[in-house]
Design a protein around this ligand. Structure first.
Ligand code: DGT
Ligand code: CA
Ligand code: CA
Ligand code: ZN
Length: 578
């Protein structure tokens, strides 16, 4: 298979990057860089040019580079590239492409901290581990995280909810500091809790928009002002995200918030219903089509009530049946954060967590949890320092000790997050699983297996009577890793038959099960658990993302294990043979 122009250009770019990391003379680096650029712009096939002996007609390509191209076309690689690759991991080049990280820094991250991929860098920056390197501090860690975010945006065009949501809140709060701003809200896909976000939409009620707009377009994280007016302004931030701000009078708040929350499909359906009643709806108001009379709605409740409907929560405004349900008085009573008082999946220093069992228990207690299950990884997940049977049993002693020490303030149970191996086997035999209070089984490895194989693997875990919960069932990572190719019909049927529960992993990188799947699970009567999978205390605060996702999936509190009183939870596990 012959390399294309693009592939050859890419190899030249990689060579340039690697020479730069090695500290080669600028001239040599540049010659590869320019060649890559010229090759990308060459309209003819390099193969054809080579056959005609015309490679040197490309600007920037002399004898040496022409020979390299010929070798690439013939062999698919060149010695120089192979030598460089043996020396420098390719992942280091990905790091080089993060804005704010130059070749010197990429090299030091690799050599001093052993970081050879963007994922590792992200993990280290979040954990505050980059500070160990001279010249790096909390600020530079933050900038690197922003750079990673911007790079991912270039690839997918969307930002994870876990990034966009806190950013939107922060900007809104900053603007609401002004006296002219009466109140405000995040709107758009963030308010609907979509797992990924295109742009941020903010609304503020005010009679005096100018100072608010001025403060907005001059924020320190603004890279470019796209639009600056009294009712609407838009900016692009340094991380690449666009933010739209609308300022409007309080009397029109309801129609505006409803309009800019969307979804578009929901809005269109609602507008049709209004038209049937002789009313036209837009972001400013309702208008009687015949008389032209305007009806203002100061709240969203008023908008819905003009259609004889109760308030529809934003998370379910997707035209997935919520409008019919509202009209027929059968909207679900969606679960709330307050309904949850347990967390059934978290890690400690026994595997890859950052805190001890006691510290995690304390942190959970401080957050109002009444019971938790410690579920560290099992031994097949070597990278996560997974537990052997011996260590698992030693851990149980410590858990019992901590549970006793907590003296009923919070109950601490012993579980595992058991690896479902690539061949479908499970890490612990039944007689070990019987000794645990709760068993989570998860897929982490070989997620790209073909559908039949990976489905059979998961079914094997579901059908094991000692497994209580499947952790993050589909294995996606937001925004970059697609879910595994599972036959979800088969998964749901097996789950139903075995009485097992499925997880909504609350970590915004996962949100797995996603809303639509959670909804199907509930419709089939399969219990769910909303867990943080926390590896540090701060990750316990991400629970609300799981709740938002559940709400988006029409989930009500009784379907969720974490809302049950302890006695009911224990009864459920006992019924399952514990
Ligand atoms: P995103 O930003 O791609 O994650 O998704 P949204 O839903 O935030 O979309 P966005 O920012 O384009 O617009 C925000 C809301 O404004 C959207 O959910 C519905 C409303 N909207 C915007 N443009 C239109 C439109 O052309 N027609 C209708 N019916 N609604 C619109
Ligand atoms: Ca948006
Ligand atoms: Ca928008
Ligand atoms: Zn986990």
């Amino acid at each position: 298979m012959t390399l294309t122009n693009r592939e050859i250009a890419r190899i030249f770019d990689n060579i340039a990057d690697m020479l730069e990391i090695k500290g080669e003379i600028v001239h040599r680096v540049l010659s590869y860089r320019r060649a890559a650029e010229a090759i990308r712009e060459t309209p003819q096939d390099l193969q054809t040019l080579a056959a005609e002996g015309q490679l040197q007609t490309i600007p920037g390509i002399g004898k040496t580079l022409a020979e390299k191209i010929e070798e690439l076309l013939e062999r698919g690689t060149v010695d120089l590239y192979e030598r460089l690759k043996a020396e420098i991991p390719l992942g280091v080049l990905d790091i080089l492409h993060i804005s704010g990280v130059g070749p010197k820094r990429a090299k030091r991250l690799w050599q001093e901290l052993g970081i050879t991929s963007i994922e590792q860098l992200e993990e280290a920056a979040k954990a505050g581990k980059l500070r160990a390197m001279s010249g790096m501090g909390a600020k530079s860690e933050q900038r690197i995280l922003e750079g990673i975010e911007a790079l991912r945006r270039q690839q997918t065009g969307r930002t994870p909810l876990g990034i966009a949501y806190p950013l939107a809140q922060e900007i809104l709060e900053y603007l609401l500091e002004l006296d002219e701003a009466k109140f405000g809200s995040v709107a758009g896909s963030i308010r609907r809790a979509r797992p990924t976000i295109g742009d941020i939409d903010l609304l503020i009620a005010s009679d005096d928009p100018d100072p608010i707009m001025e403060r907005f377009v001059t924020m320190s994280n603004v890279a470019q002002v796209l639009d600056h007016g009294p009712s609407k302004s838009s900016v692009q931030l340094h991380n690449g995200m666009q933010v739209d701000l609308r300022v409007l009078p309080e009397a029109r708040w309801g129609t505006a918030l409803h309009h800019f929350t969307g979804s578009q499909a929901h809005n269109i359906h609602i507008r049709e219903l209004f038209l049937k009643r002789g009313l036209s709806l837009n972001e400013f108001s309702l208008t009687r089509v015949e008389s032209g009379e305007e009806i203002l709605c100061a709240t969203e409740e008023e908008v819905f009530s003009h259609l004889g409907m109760p308030y529809i929560p934003p998370e379910i405004r997707e035209d997935w049946g919520e409008i019919e349900a509202a009209l027929e008085g059968r909207l679900p009573k969606l679960i709330t954060l307050e309904d949850i008082h347990a967390d059934l999946h978290m890690h400690t220093t026994w595997s890859d967590g950052t805190l001890s069992i006691e510290q995690m228990a304390q942190a959970a207690y401080e957050r109002g949890r009444k019971f938790i299950v410690i579920c560290d990884h099992s031994y097949s997940l070597g990278v996560a320092n997974g537990l052997t049977v011996e260590r698992l049993m030693a851990q149980q002693e410590e858990i019992r000790r901590v549970d006793a020490k907590m003296n009923g303030k919070i109950r601490v149970f012993h579980g595992t997050e058991m690896e479902i191996n690539a061949d479908g086997t499970l890490d612990f035999p039944d007689e070990v699983l019987e000794k645990l209070d709760f068993v989570v089984a998860s897929l982490h490895m070989s997620l790209r297996q073909p559908r039949e194989q990976i489905t059979a693997r998961l079914l094997n875990a579901i059908n094991n009577p000692h497994v209580d919960l499947i952790g993050h069932p589909r294995g996606q990572l937001i925004p970059n890793r697609e879910p595994a190719d599972l036959d979800m019909d088969a998964v749901f049927e097996a789950a139903k038959a075995s009485g097992i529960a499925l997880e909504i992993n609350a970590n915004p990188h996962r949100l797995d099960l996603e809303a639509q799947y959670a909804r199907r699970a509930v419709e089939m009567g399969i219990p769910l658990a909303i867990n943080t999978d926390a590896h540090r205390a701060s990750e316990m605060d991400l629970l609300f993302y799981g709740v938002m996702t559940a709400r988006r999936g029409w989930v009500e509190a009784p379907s969720v294990l974490n809302t049950w009183p302890l006695e009911r939870f224990l009864e459920w596990t006992h019924q399952r043979g514990r």
